[in-house]
Design a protein around this ligand. Structure first.
Ligand SMILES: CC(C)(COP(=O)(O)OP(=O)(O)OC[C@H]1O[C@@H](n2cnc3c(N)ncnc32)[C@H](O)[C@@H]1OP(=O)(O)O)[C@@H](O)C(=O)NCCC(=O)NCCS
Length: 356
C-alpha cells in the first residue's frame, strides 16, 4: 500500500486587517488584554458581500491544485472542514466544487464538522482514501468565516477577540517513496464537554443534550414547544444564545493536557521522540496554549511555528495556513519530520506525523 503525501499546499487570508484596537471600538476590551491572554495582535475579516467560507476555501484550493501540478479536473474527491458553513445545508464541499468549476467528473464531496481538529480529521480521511487506492488527488480544504457569526458587544468579547477568517488547502496524492508522506494519525474525542465550546442555536434542539446531562444552563430549550419554530426564538436573541459560547478556562486546561498526550502517542507509534521533530505546527488556538505545549514537550523555538499573532484562531484553517506559510518560508524541507496537532470543540483532538 502506498503512503499518501501533501503534493500541493496553499492558503488565502482576506485583505481586511482588524486590530485589537479596532475591536476595542466596539466592545470593552484592549490591545493589552488580548495580547497578554492570547498573543493575538490582529486578524483578518472577509468583506461579507464579496466572500464566504466556500469562496475563500476555493481561493486557497486553486493555489494548492496549481502547486500539486494537476488540473482541477484531476481532483477526484473534495473534503471541506469548517464550523462556519455558508449554508445550514448543503455543505461547503459542493459549493467549493462549483466555485472551482470542477464539473466534468461529478466527483464526491464531503463536509467535516470537527471544528478545530477538522483539518487533522480531514487529512486522516484523505490519507485513508489515497492509501486504499480509491482516490489519487484528494483536495482537502479547511476554511472559516467567523466574522459574520460573532457577538461584537462586550458580552461576546471572550470569544470574539480570539477568532479570525482564513482558508488553507492541500492536495493529497499517493507516494511510492518509502518512509515518506503521512506516517501516522491519532484521533480522539470526548463528548462530555460538548456544550462548553459550542454554537448551539440555531440548531433545533437548543441544548437538549445538556439538559439531559443535568446542565442547568439556559440554552433556550423550550420543553413546551411540540414542533416547529425551535430554530430561533425571541428569548434566544435577547439573551445572546445565538452566538458561540465558550468556557475558556476549561478549554485551556483540557487543551494543554490533550495536545502533549496525542503528540506523544503519535511519536511513540513511529518510534520517535520530540527531538526528532523538525517542525511542530500546533492548531493556533491561543499562543499561551502553544507555548505551554512547547514547554511540556521541551521543544526549541525553532521547532515550532506560530502565526496566531497575525490571524487569530481560524479554526479548521489554522494548520494549513501555518503549514503553508512555514513551507513558503523554507522551514519545511524535503525529508523533515513535521508534526501537526489540534484540539477543540467536541472535545475532539488529534495529531499527524508527516515525513515531507
Ligand atoms: C478566553 C481566554 C483568553 C480568557 O482568558 P482567562 O484568563 O481565562 O480569562 P477569564 O475568562 O477568566 O476572564 C477574566 C476576565 O477578563 C474578562 N474578559 C474576557 N474577555 C475579555 C476581553 N476580550 N477583553 C477584556 N476583558 C475580557 C472577563 O469578563 C473576566 O472579567 P471578570 O473577572 O470581571 O469576570 C482563555 O481562557 C483561553 O484562551 N482559553 C482557551 C480558549 C481557546 O483556545 N478556544 C479555542 C479552542 S480551539
Amino acid at each position: 500500500m502506498p503512503n499518501s503525501k501533501i503534493a500541493g499546499i496553499g492558503f488565502y487570508v482576506p485583505e481586511k486587517v482588524v486590530t485589537n484596537h479596532d475591536l476595542a471600538r466596539h466592545m470593552d476590551t484592549s490591545d493589552e488584554w488580548i495580547q497578554e491572554r492570547s498573543g493575538i495582535v490582529e486578524r483578518r475579516y472577509v468583506n461579507r458581500h464579496e466572500d464566504t467560507t466556500a469562496t475563500i476555501g476555493a481561493k486557497a484550493a486553486r493555489i494548492a491544485i496549481e502547486r500539486a501540478g494537476i488540473d482541477k479536473e484531476e481532483v477526484d474527491f473534495i473534503i471541506f472542514a469548517t464550523l462556519s458553513p455558508d449554508y445550514y445545508f448543503p455543505g461547503c464541499g459542493v459549493l467549493a466544487q462549483r466555485e472551482l468549476g470542477i464539473s466534468k467528473t461529478e466527483i464526491g464531496a464531503l463536509d467535516i464538522r470537527n471544528q478545530c481538529s477538522g483539518f487533522v480529521y480531514g487529512l486522516t480521511v484523505a490519507d485513508q482514501f489515497v492509501r486504499s487506492g480509491m482516490y489519487k488527488n484528494v483536495l482537502l480544504i479547511g476554511a472559516e468565516v467567523h466574522s459574520i457569526g460573532l457577538d461584537f458587544t462586550t458580552r461576546g468579547r471572550n470569544v470574539t477577540a480570539l477568532f479570525g477568517d482564513g482558508a488553507g488547502a492541500v492536495v493529497i496524492q499517493p507516494t511510492e517513496e518509502k518512509g515518506k508522506g503521512i506516517l501516522t494519525s491519532k484521533l480522539h474525542s470526548d463528548g462530555t464537554y460538548a456544550e462548553k465550546l459550542a454554537y448551539i442555536n440555531p440548531g433545533g434542539h437548543s441544548g437538549y443534550h445538556a439538559k439531559k446531562m443535568g446542565d442547568d444552563t439556559d440554552f433556550g430549550y423550550d420543553p413546551d414547544q411540540e414542533f416547529g419554530g425551535l430554530f430561533l426564538t425571541q428569548h434566544m436573541m435577547d439573551n445572546a444564545m445565538t452566538f458561540p459560547n465558550m468556557d475558556g478556562k476549561l478549554v485551556f486546561k483540557a487543551a494543554v493536557t490533550k495536545f502533549p498526550e496525542v503528540i506523544m502517542e503519535a511519536l511513540n507509534d513511529q518510534g520517535y521522540t520530540t527531538e526528532d521533530i523538525d517542525l511542530f505546527i500546533p492548531h493556533q488556538a491561543n499562543l499561551r496554549i502553544s507555548q505551554l505545549v512547547q514547554r511540556r514537550l521541551k521543544l526549541r523555538d525553532d521547532q515550532v511555528w506560530n502565526n496566531i499573532q497575525r490571524y487569530g484562531n481560524t479554526t479548521a484553517a489554522t494548520i494549513p495556513i501555518a503549514l503553508c506559510e512555514a513551507w513558503e518560508a523554507g522551514k519545511v524541507k524535503e525529508g523533515d519530520l513535521i508534526c501537526i496537532a489540534a484540539f477543540g470543540s467536541g472535545f475532539t483532538w488529534g495529531a499527524t506525523l508527516i515525513r515531507w
